[in-house]
Write a protein that binds this ligand. Structure first.
Ligand SMILES: O=P(O)(O)OC[C@H]1O[C@H](O[C@H]2O[C@H](CO)[C@@H](O)[C@H](O)[C@H]2O)[C@H](O)[C@@H](O)[C@@H]1O
Length: 346
């Protein structure tokens, strides 16, 4: 186990070119965090426990809700404050898909967004540069959103493409494309097939190919079988030290061990839009999942813009504000559009 950790740490360091002690410590922590899923039965259970703890029915802490809301107030209630913070700056919108623009449903292939939400996002993209940042593969998330005027960052940001046509901001993107994990494609494909085979007798388990990453869905699996399913994933993963696991909402996500995530995607997009070293930009990132935390953290580190977590329940987060569900996200986006249209006299 210790050797495995050391080897994985070296690999991450090699992939990332990390040099400083701080970076190495962070890297080691990350590897340990990843390995808490990759390795060891007890640690598998700790992940399963954490997934149970995230389930609202298991939350004993509803009482904590009001103090959590004090720390992460509703972005709707604080709308004027948010506008004030963005004053004189260019707002750039980053939106997660599942659980943010579309409600969480049992069947990942049926996570449709409403027509009203699509209309709102279209108007939003006419007012501000807007990107969808998703764990899904880019083509799949595009097929749900169906708006050509957006930037799309699929596979947790490992597949980024600019708008094709019809966007006011199209000129800024100029056939933008970023795919930092192409060398992992054959490996991801192989792991996908192995995971499908390994999990085929677990009722409800579903493996989703997201091109540069793979999702193993637990949502429709009986809770009593979660540990078994996690162990099946682990048994496949042990042969792939260049891949790591992260956890989402009742899902385990297999990803290349490169230092790239939704936070890096956000930075890449800001840079591509010409806002690399600008102080007059205000990125607003809205997301509901653990993987969105990478983007929330980047915004905190850069002291730029802000993150909004979509959650009905208290969660540990680096976001500053909260919204309860996709309907509230839509209301927030609508208010942004109305404000912008009023200001530009449209
Ligand atoms: O970054 P996201 O756009 O939020 O993608 C993360 C995962 O989202 C999808 O799974 C989640 O939504 C499903 C549909 O509502 C739900 O059934 C599942 O339990 C959730 O985890 C998507 O299917 C995954 O591939 C993404 O990794």
């Amino acid at each position: 186990m210790v050797r495995f950790i050391e080897e994985n740490t070296k690999l991450v360091e090699k992939e990332t070119g990390n040099k400083s002690n701080n970076d190495v410590t962070t890297t080691k922590k990350k590897v340990l965090q990843d390995l808490s899923i990759n390795n060891g039965g007890g640690l598998i259970n700790s992940w399963v426990d954490s997934m149970r703890a995230c389930s609202p029915t298991h939350l004993k802490s509803l009482l904590k809700q009001s103090s959590w809301l004090t720390e992460h107030p509703s972005a709707l209630d604080m709308f004027e404050e948010i506008l004030h913070l963005s004053q004189g700056k260019q707002i750039v919108m980053f939106l997660d898909y599942d659980g943010t623009l579309s409600p969480i449903v049992d069947d990942p292939d049926r996570a449709f967004m409403s027509k009203k939400m699509r209309r709102t996002v279209r108007k939003l993209a006419n007012c501000f540069p807007t990107a969808i940042v998703s764990g899904r593969c880019r083509e799949k998330v595009y097929n749900f959103v169906k708006l050509t005027e957006l930037y799309y960052a699929g596979s947790h940001g490992m597949d980024i493409k600019g708008p094709e046509q019809g966007s006011k901001f199209e000129e800024d993107s100029k056939s933008l494309l970023c795919q930092p994990a192409t060398e992992f494609l054959p490996m991801i494909d192989e792991v996908y097939k192995k995971l499908v085979e390994k999990t085929k007798f677990t009722p409800g388990a579903q493996v989703e190919n997201n091109k540069f990453c793979v999702s193993v869905h637990f949502r429709r699996v009986d809770e009593n079988n979660w540990s078994d399913l996690a162990n099946q994933v682990r048994s496949v993963m042990k042969d792939y030290p260049k891949l790591r696991l992260t956890q989402g909402r009742k899902v385990l996500e297999v990803r290349p061990i490169i230092k790239w995530d939704k936070g890096k995607a956000l930075e890449f997009l800001l840079e591509s839009l010409g806002y690399a070293n600008c102080t007059d930009v205000f990125p607003l990132y809205i997301g509901d999942d653990r993987t969105d935390e990478d983007a929330f953290k980047i915004l905190r580190e850069r002291r730029q813009g802000l993150g909004i977590l979509v959650s009905k329940f208290p969660k540990e987060t680096s976001a500053s504000y909260s919204l309860q569900e996709p309907d509230e996200v839509m209301e927030f986006l609508q208010r942004l559009v109305e404000w912008k249209q009023l200001r530009s006299g449209a």
